[in-house]
Design a protein around this ligand. Sequence first.
Ligand code: NAI
Ligand code: NA
Length: 400
Amino acid sequence: MIITPVIKGVVARSAHPLGCQQAVRNQINYVKSVAPIDNGPKKVLILGASSGFGLASRIALAFGGAQADTIGVSFERGPCEKGVGTAGWYNNIFFRQEAEKAGLIGKNVIGDAFSPQTRQQVIDYIRTEFDGKLDLVVYSLATGVRPDPETGEMWRSSIKAIGEPVTGPTINLETDTMEQMTIESALEHEIEATEKVMGGEDWASWIDILSEAGVLAEGCKTVAYSYIGAKSTYPIYHQGTLGRAKMHLHATSNTLNDKLAAIGGSAHVSVCKALVTKASVFIPAFSPYILALFKVMKDKGLHEGCIEQMQRLFSERLYGTEHTVPVDSQRLIRIDDWELSDDVQQEVASLMNQITHDNFAQIGDYHGYKSDFMQLNGFDLKGVDYQSDICIDSLQRLMP
Ligand code: NAI
Ligand code: NA
């Protein structure tokens, strides 16, 4: 079978296993080629490990100097009659294979991170195969739904504005067109539900459960990821429902930091750069900003992807030779510093003023945006033979 890309709106409905393997290898090669993570963690749990920042965290921590054993939790689907399965499914498999070749543990737990069963499975594994202790917990889940642990009813997040509705252009990856769209103003219960799904409550519950189980090592750290962005995007992100959820996440980091102080540990939020991931393409009206940002940062030689961001986070901020973690006045780690620098933002603002539905592909970095999206799903990678006949039976034999 020849696997071809299938895109619906901003969702990829197919994935190329060999491309996913190549993408994992490219990230491994990158972290091996740059300054290593000194004094890094040895036993790490990554929630949301199969793509985006979580996968990049896992690769950086295993191959970027720390040589960490990792447990990666994710919600992914393997091959079946309906299709080849998700990119994250293959990322997990090929990560584990590479980790094992390097003598490291790369345990994949495929399941719902919100369920008590998954939590128990992780704790059991830590006890039996992981020396009983974690040095770091990375919280990188991105999802639209979370069950209420009390009732089992689903909270659903909404990507909406708070206050006035916002109209702006967005990009359809299926048709390569820029379209006008309006983000409605959120109702109070939608703001609350988004906070429940993407705020810090579930992060805190994981840390509590792991702590009660006694599987956090002395000095254990935890980190979750956030976005703030430029003023021009505040109405859609920072001051909208997602931003509200992130405020909750930031507050949670302080509560967790106080708790972990008892074992000499810490909790941080790292504010990251805007990047193309499975999750971020859903944010309405955000794509023109990313097109302008990528163009400017690439011209200046400052562009980073998930893997560059995560290697910098662990080698220069969370670990390394300094004893303190550099943070801003809100106690946030800022690896969005290059994105938000004045000269980058001035050029981004002037470029965004010029972008129209006719010229976005020429004056913004649409090529880079689309190519990143394709690569998330294993397409458009150099060195992969996309004409090769992929045997579905052999894919089915690959175990997570
Ligand atoms: P992603 O979509 O690439 O990764 C999400 C991960 O969560 C996947 O591994 C997925 O399998 C897992 N997941 C989702 N629901 C699950 C469930 N119920 N059980 C187990 N696993 C589940 O997302 P991305 O973009 O890497 O986001 C991670 C974090 O980074 C989020 O907090 C996001 O807000 C933040 N962030 C993203 C930025 C961006 O531009 N993409 C910028 C700054 C922060
Ligand atoms: Na992730």
